[in-house]
Design a protein around this ligand. Structure first.
Ligand code: GUN
Ligand code: ZN
Length: 431
């Protein structure tokens, strides 16, 4: 059995069980014992001394901070070429930039090449698990699955269902979206660390017939992850009301089709009312908070603290290409600022928790990843908090771990990711 010990400062978050408050363990001189890619033990280095032997390799990151890999719960890989496109708002941005770029993903070669770039960029930013939108084309999902499988990335994606209110060249049909999903599930779902996600784009681009077929797929696979968009933009919500006049709310449309449940991830959720919030809570559906995207597209300021108070599971997401950075550190920074504009002050621990453990939980993956409990997959990142002269100076002035984490959130980005490990194997190292 291949065993290794990683020496470092180690921080991870535990399941708080009954509250949305971060609960963490920190070892200033820590050790991570990994056996065949799985965590065997995490604790003070001194607790591992008795088992040290010549057969166990030791990797020394003593002055660095190791945390579980980031979990990005909402990101569009076919939008890497539209990041930083200045739309007037969501609908304008989709129409003028995004749909056009997504058209290229019917070409498998293009999709494979983009998948390669996308996965490299995730690892370079310390993201080891992501819930990813493809395009309407099966090729997009096939390409990303192929490349993620080669690298052993724990990744969830799906072909997008969209059959109206978008350009003809991006439309499928209720039947084809169902059949294509079944074929992708057959070929890829639960292969290695991959999973399929049921992926209707949003209520606006699916006919009622397509939502019926989506409901059928969801019934066939009751544990499968569902991903879509919800209540992101004022004009989007108004359009939804015209299309679904009988529904009490936007959320109610998804509810009617049985799409609220554990492992269902709703991106944005800026414009919800109290009944919607209750319904998310009782169905254990979760929210992907996309602060950089919500700021960039001018969508609005999601009320993070209120959702946490109401015991809604909220995870953190970049939403590339509406979002402006692959970095979950930067995304935490934007989350802090959005909460601050609403009058709340988030702690650094809470934000790191959202980006790691809560993300894993939202995807139903907390049995496998999210922290360093024994038996979990050894997906972790090595953070260099002193990656630039300014960061070094500022970190040297810190008195506590929480101060250091806060500096990383506000000043940090991909430059702080020294190395990224998947199942105990180094897959990225910063030069
Ligand atoms: N709503 C429907 N499609 C999209 C998309 O691609 N990005 C964002 N941010 N919102 C959406
Ligand atoms: Zn999105």
């Amino acid at each position: 059995m291949a065993k290794k010990i990683i020496k470092a400062r180690i921080l991870h978050f535990l399941d708080p069980l009954d509250a949305n408050v971060a609960k963490y363990e920190y070892f200033a001189q820590g050790g991570l014992l990994i056996s065949d890619g799985i965590i065997e033990k995490c604790g003070p280095l001194s607790s591992l001394l008795p088992i040290m032997s010549e057969e166990i390799s030791i990797i020394d990151y003593s002055d660095k901070l190791i945390i579980p890999g980031f979990v990005d719960t909402h990101i569009h890989y076919p939008q890497i070429d539209v990041i930083a496109s200045p739309g007037k708002d969501l609908l304008d941005w989709l129409e003028r930039f995004t749909f056009r770029s997504e058209a290229k993903y019917q070409n498998l070669d293009w999709a494979l090449q983009s998948s390669e770039f996308f996965l490299e960029e995730l690892l370079r930013n310390g993201t080891t698990t992501a819930l990813v939108f493809g395009t309407v084309h099966s090729e997009s999902a096939k390409a990303l699955f192929t490349k993620a499988f080669e690298r052993n990335v724990r990744l969830i994606t799906g072909k997008v269902a969209m059959d109206r209110n978008c350009p003809d060249y991006l439309q499928d049909t209720p039947e084809s979206s169902f059949e294509d999903a079944l074929e992708l599930i057959d070929n890829w779902h639960l292969k290695g660390r991959l999973q399929y996600a049921i992926t209707p784009r949003f209520a606006i681009t699916s006919s009622e017939a397509q939502l019926e077929k989506t409901a059928e797929l969801a019934r066939l696979y009751p544990d499968m992850v569902i991903q879509t968009h919800l209540a992101e933009n004022v004009d989007e919500v108004a359009w939804m009301k015209e299309l679904f006049p009988k529904h009490r709310s936007y959320l109610d449309v998804y509810d009617q089709y049985g799409l609220l449940r554990p492992n269902a991830v709703y991106a944005h959720c800026i414009y919800l009312d109290e009944l919607d919030i209750k319904r998310l809570n009782t169905t254990q559906s979760s929210i992907a908070f996309c602060p950089s995207s919500n700021l960039f597209l001018g969508s609005g300021l999601m009320n993070l603290q209120h959702y946490l108070n109401e015991q809604i599971q909220v995870s953190l997401a970049t939403d590339i290409g509406g979002g402006t950075s692959f970095s979950m550190l930067r995304t935490m920074g934007r989350a802090y600022e959005v909460a601050h504009l609403r009058g709340d002050v988030m702690s650094a621990f809470d934000l790191f928790n959202l980006a790691t453990f809560t993300g894993a939980k939202a995807l139903g993956l907390d049995q496998h990843i999210g922290n360093f409990m024994p038996g979990k997959e050894a997906d972790f990142i090595v953070l260099d908090l002193k990656a630039t002269p300014l960061m070094e100076r500022r970190i040297n002035a810190c008195q506590t771990l929480e101060e250091e984490l806060f500096v990383a959130i506000i000043l940090g980005d991909d430059r702080n990711i020294q190395a990224t490990y998947l199942m105990g194997e180094k897959k990225f190292e910063r030069r």
